[in-house]
Design a protein around this ligand. Structure first.
Ligand code: AAO
Length: 453
């Protein structure tokens, strides 16, 4: 049976949303490999409908590896160059449905309704539409009717399952190490299981299931297939940082009714909810500046789930807009700035928190939790690391037990690389205590492997 690869507790991956294959290969070599990221989630690489909107990538017309991201040769080159840097590639697999619309023209050939190079009308469910109340009342309709008019594949049919497995196996053979299974809620878990059983090797699997509670279909029915997106984490963490009290994070793992940590893909925001798609609340995004960085510091320094850092582009309020026409890696410059590609993964506090996770992931225990009952918190990671976050409006200045041996430690967030001590330092006395001083909207993260000797 399908044994799924599982990530280690030291890993972080990044969603390079709408980045081209050439840009991703360059980023693996220029940044992601040297800094120690684990993997990249790429946008759907299969042939999709034409159009400038980002979401045309979620309307497949075939499983040919030609898309806005690049052609097959560029796709293969990206995998090779990223793998050489120790970076895995996770493909966003859109396998629940094909494009909307009656008749698609591909490479000059026009196909009839639900006719595609790889599918024909009998491969699809009857065209009923999912209504929003179905999510609460009618699991059958959610899994057999059309999501926003997209032709719903009959994933129960062995012929369809074999075609999908063929696509995934081709990608695995090319070196793909994992899959995001798009719209998994709209496929019965048993259909996904039947497809995964046909997979060679053991790619990492995570299933997109938006579950805030209260619906007919729940995320836990998918846990036997592999990992699942934990959207409660995104919604609730966003709320705490935007409107709540950080002190309430002390018991979040129990309070939020989350799935088991080793099954959870966690993120502050994703490509849907950062632009109001996928229906969920007031989400923290790159538009929240320093607050967004602090939310990511919490996610990355706290040992719950497998974290995905969102890497976005400025869509100037147009929630349908595709990415910038400028490449990220231009010959003479890097287009990471407020106007174009946001490159959240390159923000020093987020990169530093990823490095802290890599250094402390082996210790899953949280000790010496401290908070001021408002928006200042601190905790240690066993005797490996110590984190403090001040989201408050007052200076934080308090002597705390860090759980670490005496010494002078380099703050991983404010130093410019893993090889210097150019940022803050923290002196810990023989009793493990240190004075922790942070301005408002600041944080620090120290660990055993970054000390001034
Ligand atoms: C585009 C156009 C459409 C057009 C369609 C066909 O926008 O107007 O009809 O083409 O021509 C993306 C875009 C879509 C786009 C689509 C295809 O988001 O706008 O449609 O590509 O081009 C549901 C699914 C979930 C899905 C999410 C967007 O369950 O899987 O909708 N996400 C994935 C991808 C996404 C992609 C697709 C799927 C399709 O990440 O990028 O769509 O491949 C509840 C349910 C959720 C449901 C949401 C939204 O959630 O729990 O399962 O997500 O509703 O329908 C409150 C809200 C409630 C919300 C709940 C939980 O209670 O009231 O709505 O919170 O968050």
């Amino acid at each position: 049976s399908h044994v799924m690869a599982t990530p280690s507790s030291t890993s972080t991956f990044v969603h390079l949303f709408e980045w081209s294959w050439a840009d991703i290969a360059n980023e693996c070599e220029a940044f992601l490999g040297p800094q120690g990221f684990k993997a990249v989630q790429i946008s759907p690489p299969n042939e999709h409908i034409a159009g400038e909107q980002w979401w045309t990538r979620y309307q497949p017309v075939s499983y040919e590896l030609t898309s806005r991201g690049g052609n097959r040769a560029q796709f293969i080159d990206m995998i090779k160059r990223c793998k050489a840097q120790g970076i895995d590639i996770y493909v966003d697999a859109v396998i629940n449905h094909m494009a909307h619309g009656n008749g698609i023209s591909i490479a000059g050939k026009t196909y009839g309704n639900k006719q595609y190079p790889i599918y024909e009308p009998k491969d699809f469910h009857k065209p009923c539409a999912i209504k929003s109340e179905d999510y609460v009342n009618d699991a059958w309709r959610v899994q057999n009717c059309e999501l926003v008019g997209l032709h719903d594949l009959d994933t129960d049919s062995p012929r369809v399952q074999t075609t999908i497995a063929g696509y995934l196996n081709e990608l695995v053979k090319l070196g793909v190490a994992g899959f995001r299974l798009d719209a998994s809620k709209h496929m019965p878990a048993k259909d996904i299981a039947a497809i995964l059983k046909q997979l060679q090797h053991s790619p990492l699997i995570f299933q997109e299931v938006i579950d805030q509670g209260g619906e007919a279909i729940t995320a836990d029915t998918y846990l036997n297939n592999g990992m699942v997106t934990e959207f409660k984490y995104s919604v609730k963490l966003s709320h705490v940082f935007k409107k709540g009290r950080l002190a309430s994070l002390k018991g979040f793992e129990k309070d939020w009714d989350l799935m088991p940590s080793d099954k959870a893909i966690v993120f502050t925001d994703n490509h849907d909810n950062q632009r109001g798609h996928g229906g969920a609340g007031d989400i923290v995004t790159f538009q929240d500046g320093k607050l967004y960085e602090l939310a990511n510091v919490f996610m990355l320094t706290y040992p719950y789930g497998y974290p995905k850092v969102m890497s976005s582009y400025n869509f100037n309020g147009d929630t349908d807009a595709g990415g910038p026409t400028e490449q990220v890696h231009q010959s003479d410059k890097l287009n990471c700035n407020d106007q174009l590609w946001q490159c959240e993964h390159r923000k020093p506090y987020i990169t530093g928190a990823m490095r802290f996770r890599a250094q402390t992931g082996k210790s899953q225990s949280i000790q010496h939790w401290w908070d001021n009952d408002k928006n200042q918190i601190a905790f240690s990671r066993g005797d490996l690391g110590f984190v403090a976050i001040n989201r408050g409006s007052q200076v934080m200045n308090v002597t705390l037990q860090t759980g670490l041996p005496a010494g002078v430690y380099c703050d991983e967030l404010s130093r410019t690389s893993a090889n210097d001590c150019s940022g803050k330092t923290v002196s810990i006395a023989r009793d493990g205590k240190a004075n922790i001083a942070l301005k408002p909207m600041d944080a620090l993260a120290i660990h055993r492997f970054a000390q001034v000797n």
